[in-house]
Design a protein around this ligand. Structure first.
Ligand SMILES: [Zn+2]
Length: 303
């Protein structure tokens, strides 16, 4: 039980959150992957994966990670961009491990685009009930500067960069980013390569919306598309299709048991998603938590 309490405290969202200390970044590594056309993936594996598009028009960044990692991220992009500051950012959603670098980059002149629900959440994070997560603390300085409520496209560094909003999926604020000519996508936390996804039922996420979002990504991708995940390794089309098949099946298993009148505790005791554990279970979204997510999604109850 003690162990579980610690786990809940550590995995307050979908990241390996650690204590805030600006010196801690010195102990972290960053892995840079060149995806061509000026697009680089910056991974610390401690927080959401960042992408940058670098070229003559400036530096565009997808997600900003956490305070204690942001200097590491900025240092890595500066090495690639000949010491340029980041000009334009998009937050894929409001979870703290994707937005807490916003303050740092805003101070250095960056404009930050996001769905309006990112600003609403930062102003009022509300109580989190499902999965025992901590409610994050934000100040107005974390807020994005440009609202993106509809699909948008920008042209920068020779790339057509399309921003797609997918309603009620991982959260109610998700945007995925398509670098068209380069055939690279940043899927935010809609993409969770070969592991159970976190679906934030407390904040407008839903299983059907999550599946619809994966289908939206598949629509604009092909077998060669490199799909940067919110966390973990790069995904391919097959990985997204496997996620959909898993979600459809696990949802129907939990739904059937719920309709038989079983309580959440009774369903958990049956371990009905056991056959998925080996391939999909991980530290934050365990097999048991996947049951809980489906149960809340089906019943609308959060406690
Ligand atoms: Zn997230």
């Amino acid at each position: 039980m003690q162990k579980m309490t610690q786990l809940i405290a550590i995995f307050s969202c979908c990241s390996f959150a650690v204590a805030h200390n600006h010196d801690q970044h010195k102990g972290f590594d960053i892995k840079v992957t060149d995806h061509g056309s000026g697009i680089f993936e910056l991974r610390t594996d401690r927080s959401g994966n960042v992408a940058v598009l670098i070229g003559e028009d400036g530096v565009f960044m997808v997600d900003t990670q956490m305070e204690h990692l942001v200097e590491l991220i900025d240092g890595a992009q500066k090495k690639l961009s000949n010491n340029q500051d980041v000009n334009l950012i998009v937050n894929t959603h409001f979870h703290r491990d994707h937005v807490r670098g916003n303050v740092y980059f805003k101070k250095r002149g960056a404009k930050i685009m996001a769905h309006p629900n990112v600003r609403r959440y930062i102003e009022n994070p509300g109580a989190l009930k499902a999965l025992g997560r901590e409610t994050p603390t934000f100040t107005p300085q974390y807020s994005p500067t440009i609202d993106i409520s509809k699909d948008r496209s920008i042209k920068m560094n020779g790339q057509s960069v399309a921003l797609y909003h997918t309603p009620n999926a991982h959260t109610n604020s998700d945007i995925f980013v398509v670098f068209k000519e380069a055939n690279v996508i940043h899927g935010g936390d809609l993409v969770s390569t070969r592991r159970f996804p976190f679906i934030d039922i407390d904040n407008g996420g839903s299983v059907s919306g999550f599946i619809a979002a994966l289908r939206s990504i598949i629509e604009v991708a092909d077998a060669d598309t490199k799909i940067i995940a919110g966390h973990g390794p790069i995904a391919k089309l097959d990985d997204l299709e496997a996620s959909i098949a898993m979600l459809v099946d696990t949802h129907s298993i939990v739904k059937e048991l719920t309709e038989q009148g079983l309580s959440l505790e009774a369903i958990k005791a049956l371990n009905p998603l056991n056959s998925y554990t080996q391939k999909w279970h991980w530290a934050f979204i365990t097999t048991e938590r996947m049951v809980t997510i489906h149960y809340y999604d089906i019943t609308g109850r959060l406690e």
